[in-house]
Write a protein that binds this ligand. Structure first.
Ligand SMILES: [Zn+2]
Length: 251
C-alpha cells in the first residue's frame, strides 16, 4: 500500500511537472509571438513611410504629347501641328473678349477648373478663365504683337514663341478675377485672388507654373495668374517641395 501511494504521488508530481512545463512552453511561445509583433508592425510602418516618400516619377511621361505630366517649355516645344484631343468649354465665367476657341481646355483640365472655381467661390472669390487653349496661329499673333510692342528680348520673358506655348497643350490657362483687378499683372499675386490661388491650386491638381524667383529655371518671369493642370498627386508634391516641374524631374 505504501509503495502504491508513493507511486501515485510520483505520478501526480510528474503530471504536475509536465503541466507546468507545458504552461512555460506556451507562455514562451506567446511571448515570442508578441515580441515579434511590434517588430512586424514597425517594419510595416517603415514600408508605409517609405511608400509616402517614394513618389513614382515615372507614373506618367514628361515627354509624351498629351500626357498628364508632359513638360512643354522654350526648350521643349510641342510637336508640329499639335492640337489637344478633347477640348471642351468649361462651365465657368469666361472671357467675353476672347474667341470661343481660346475659352476651351482639355476635358480633365476643364472639370478640375470647375471645382477650383467652386472652391474659390465658397471663399468669396469670383474667378474667370482669362485665356485657355491657344492654337499655334493665335500664339503667333500674340507673340508678334508683343515683340513689336516691347522688343523680342522683353517679349521672350513673358510670351512664348509659337509652337512652344503651354497654352497650346490645353492644360494651361490664365486666371483673373471677374472684376479684372490686376489683370494678368504680377500685382495679382499679392491680391486676395492671387493669394488664394497660390495656396489652394494644388488641392485641385493645378500648379503656379512660373513661380517668383524661378525665371532662370522655367524661362519665364513670375506669372501668378498662369496655372497648369498636372493632377492632384504631382501638384501636391510640387507644392510641398516648392519646386517647378523642371526641378522635380531634374531637367
Ligand atoms: Zn498663360
Amino acid at each position: 500500500m505504501k509503495i502504491r501511494k508513493k507511486r501515485k504521488i510520483l505520478y501526480y508530481v510528474l503530471a504536475a511537472l509536465v503541466l507546468i512545463l507545458g504552461v512555460v512552453v506556451m507562455a514562451y511561445i506567446y511571448r515570442t509571438d508578441n515580441a515579434s509583433a511590434p517588430i512586424d508592425k514597425s517594419s510595416s510602418k517603415q514600408q508605409t513611410h517609405s511608400d509616402i516618400n517614394t513618389f513614382d516619377k515615372n507614373k506618367y511621361s514628361i515627354n509624351e504629347p498629351g500626357s498628364l505630366w508632359w513638360i512643354v517649355s522654350k526648350t521643349r516645344p510641342l510637336p508640329d501641328g499639335y492640337i489637344p484631343p478633347d477640348l471642351v468649354t468649361p462651365d465657368v465665367s469666361l472671357n467675353s473678349t476672347k474667341s470661343a476657341s481660346e475659352n476651351t481646355l482639355r476635358k480633365d483640365t476643364a472639370s478640375a477648373l470647375e471645382k477650383l472655381f467652386a472652391g474659390a467661390k465658397n471663399n468669396g472669390i469670383d474667378y474667370m478663365l482669362a485665356s485657355g487653349y491657344r492654337s499655334k496661329e493665335l500664339q503667333a499673333t500674340y507673340y508678334n504683337n508683343y515683340v513689336s510692342k516691347s522688343g523680342q528680348a522683353e517679349a521672350d520673358r513673358y510670351s512664348a514663341k509659337p509652337g512652344t506655348s503651354e497654352h497650346q497643350t490645353g492644360m494651361s490657362l490664365d486666371i483673373a478675377t471677374v472684376d479684372r483687378k490686376n489683370y494678368l499683372d504680377q500685382a495679382f499675386g499679392k491680391d486676395t485672388g492671387g493669394i488664394w490661388l497660390a495656396a489652394h491650386a494644388h488641392e485641385y491638381g493645378f500648379i503656379i507654373r512660373y513661380p517668383e524667383g524661378k525665371e532662370t529655371i522655367t524661362g519665364y518671369m513670375y506669372e501668378p495668374w498662369h496655372i497648369r493642370y498636372v493632377g492632384i498627386d504631382l501638384a501636391n508634391e510640387l507644392y510641398k517641395n516648392n519646386q517647378t516641374m523642371e526641378e522635380f524631374f531634374g531637367l
